[in-house]
Design a protein. Structure first.
Length: 255
């Protein structure tokens, strides 16, 4: 849905967008169909609520920021959380919304493909990580995973989150190539989003999850998962016990 060229971002929307710049990955500004005919605004018109679709893994910080924004600006924020692909399906049907906060660039690419966005604003990029269930004693480290995939690329099922072609997929494919594994033979699956990927991993339905950090870090800290490596240039403060891929001999990092 392509908006008219004259469409503009409201001041309230711009301020909310600025307020989330510290935590979100990628934001896609969506077309919002006007609920009233165009014309001069009423003198005491109440600002319309902002409708925000957000990846489920980002729920806690976005909820906090939305509450602070509402208190400071007096503009209501309507939040809808879910898997990125589920949100995109809702957007395509409803044809309305102000902001789409995605968990990875692959979901933004899908939104562009279906002409659901007018403008894309990169704010902060999260680094994909690779994780296994804590109870998986056969995969205690990244070398264990590499050895297993070298022997049989089809022996492990890996989730890439909500879409192929995004930064998690690129990271995993580059790692496989660096380790001498034919990435085309890897058994990969996608779900509605990174949150569902984490649920599938915790339930033992898949072996590995290669998705953005926000979906897996809480489970790593709780002891339910074990993150084998992070694709950042240096160790992250929130995962100081997790080595980077570079530390483990693979010069791969997401920008």
């Amino acid at each position: 849905m392509r908006p008219p060229q004259a469409a503009k971002i409201s001041p309230a929307f711009a301020m909310f967008l600025a307020s989330i710049a510290a935590i979100v990955v990628l934001a896609a500004i969506l077309t919002k169909k006007p609920s009233t005919p165009a014309g001069p605004p009423a003198a005491a018109k109440v600002a319309e609520p902002l409708l925000v679709f957000c990846a489920a893994g980002l729920k806690p910080p976005v909820e906090n920021i939305a509450r602070e924004f509402e208190q400071a600006e007096g503009v209501k924020i309507q939040l809808q959380f879910g898997g990125s692909q589920t949100l995109l399906a809702n957007l395509e049907v409803s044809q309305r919304g102000d902001l789409f906060i995605a968990a990875d660039d692959g979901s933004v690419a899908d939104a562009r493909k279906h002409e659901l966005v007018r403008e894309v604003v990169p704010l902060v990029r999260q680094h994909p990580v690779i994780a296994v269930r804590a109870g998986n004693t056969a995969l205690k480290s990244l070398p264990d995973m590499i050895e297993r995939l070298n022997k049989d690329p089809l022996s492990l099922t890996t989730s890439l989150g909500s879409s192929r072609g995004g930064s998690p997929h690129l990271m995993f494919a580059l790692l496989a190539k660096a380790a001498g594994i034919d990435a085309r033979r890897l058994k990969v699956v996608t779900f509605s989003g990174g949150a569902e990927s984490a649920t599938q991993l915790l339930g033992g339905h898949i072996d590995l999850s290669a998705v953005s950090i926000d979906n897996l870090a809480p489970h790593h800290k709780s002891g339910a998962m074990r993150i084998l490596g992070v694709s950042s240039a240096q160790r992250l403060a929130v995962l100081s016990d997790v080595p980077t891929l570079r530390e483990q001999g693979y010069d791969i990092q997401t920008l």
